[in-house]
Design a binder for this molecule. Sequence first.
Ligand SMILES: CC(C)(COP(=O)(O)OP(=O)(O)OC[C@H]1O[C@@H](n2cnc3c(N)ncnc32)[C@H](O)[C@@H]1OP(=O)(O)O)[C@@H](O)C(=O)NCCC(=O)NCCS
Length: 172
Amino acid sequence: MAQATASRRAQLSDAGDIARIYSEGIADRIATFETEPRSRADVEQVLRGLDPRHPAVVVEREGRVVAFAWTSTYRPRACYDLIAEFSVYVGREARGTGCGREVLSALIEAAEASGLHKLVSRIFPENTASRALCRALGFREVGTYVRHGKLDGEWRDCVIVERLLGAAADGC
Ligand SMILES: CC(C)(COP(=O)(O)OP(=O)(O)OC[C@H]1O[C@@H](n2cnc3c(N)ncnc32)[C@H](O)[C@@H]1OP(=O)(O)O)[C@@H](O)C(=O)NCCC(=O)NCCS
């Protein structure tokens, strides 16, 4: 039987679960240039400091948080105020079971509701799950930054993705 899942806005009380899921993604070395695990306090600080326009969402399965996605500042210049970066992470035990689609869909909906114009991110080329998820939800691959950052001493490429939101997407 399919397990019941539900998305909702992230709350401070989710910080421990988000830290666990984020730290798994960091340890797997497939998602981010970050290398140090995150603590509950680190995540509480992020959630407390979120710009009111930048949503953060979680997905619960059987009452347990199994995925999160959030937005952050793309660039501090005023011309980019309505562009946001996003991150999406699913706990290891729940990957490949639709939670990524659910949590990123919820983030897109929340970002549209808060008036954002575009979401962007960068993905390691080898991260086939993340690229498939983004493609499935209407993101466009803009191109590849070559040898863009070092992870564990190795230069890594990044695929840039973007998705226009709300009225900005009309006619695309
Ligand atoms: C990337 C990630 C968020 C995807 O979430 P997920 O729950 O595993 O993916 P879903 O089950 O929702 O699948 C979403 C889509 O991607 C496809 N997909 C998922 N895993 C895949 C894989 N390993 N290879 C190819 N396609 C895959 C699914 O078929 C699905 O497509 P569909 O909806 O059109 O059928 C998740 O695997 C994860 O958290 N990975 C570690 C952290 C990470 O890489 N974060 C992204 C940083 S850029």
